[in-house]
Write a protein that binds this ligand. Sequence first.
Ligand SMILES: Nc1nc2c(ncn2[C@@H]2O[C@H](COP(=O)(O)OP(=O)(O)OP(=O)(O)O)[C@@H](O)[C@H]2O)c(=O)[nH]1
Length: 307
Amino acid sequence: MRERGGERERESLIPLASCSAAELAEDRMERMESMEPISAHYTTDYPEIHPDSGFESRESCDIQAKTPPPTTYDEELVHKTILVGDSGVGKTSLLVQFDQGKFIPGSFSATVGIGFTNKVVTVDDAKVKLQIWDTAGQERFRSVTHAYYRDAHALLLLYDISSRTSFDNIRAWLTEIHEYAQSDIVIMLLGNKLLAAILPRPGGGSATEMALCVFAWVVLHKKLWRIQADMSSDRAIRREEGERLAREYSVPFMETSAKTGVNVELAFTAVSKELKHRAVQHPNEPKFQIHEYIEAQKEKSGCCSYI
Ligand SMILES: Nc1nc2c(ncn2[C@@H]2O[C@H](COP(=O)(O)OP(=O)(O)OP(=O)(O)O)[C@@H](O)[C@H]2O)c(=O)[nH]1
């Protein structure tokens, strides 16, 4: 059971390691038949929603596929969203940062189990409900994680920008996702542990921002000080490599830091917007372009330069 993350997190996770393989397989089959999740736990921002409410059978999905989406967004919809990626890339940390706005430093303790957090994201005045599942990245839990792909509406796939292996494994993750998840699942690729020096970008903002910007650039270039830096010198994957891979698979991409919070909210907001737009039919409106939205938001924040 995970030590880091406090009582709340500990309560939330079901220890899969304590089951025998046979028990686990039997349990999985039963659960898949009854369509119940392994566990029901941690944050319940809207406790009236039962964890099952985000689940649908294949049959109901097929029916949905044939039915055109409604013209207004149904706020009762719960979008099952899962976090996947190698062990240690920062899935739990990303979720904790998004949910609680904090980073829990300390020694790494791998997730043993699976748990979810309910979050409501406001998109254009509509409340989009996300049921975010944090999976264990370790290989031995892989078959259990597969069972969760099937009903997922969105998936955040993480690698660690300081780990070449975690990046190289992204292709294998995508192959698994395409094998087990629904074909229309919303996928976003995230390079986590961004080496972020939060510096105002020259050329925009108020006089104070500009002054801060010039000061920060001078200081940075003299290598005296780094503001809110995440990791100092460990980047192994260039941003362009992440962008290239994302383009190859036609998925949106951004770099995040669960530690400093950079782009964490943007990642979930972008996914929520995409989910909302897919759930509503606006015949006269152009299709939501998640890639363009992400780029525009990055520009708008106008404050960050990344190492
Ligand atoms: N510097 C830095 N460290 C991070 C960041 N995100 C996570 N970490 C650290 O990386 C380690 C692993 O983070 P976790 O969130 O537990 O990783 P995980 O992907 O959930 O790992 P599993 O549970 O094994 O799948 C921890 O020591 C975190 O403190 C980040 O953005 N920056």
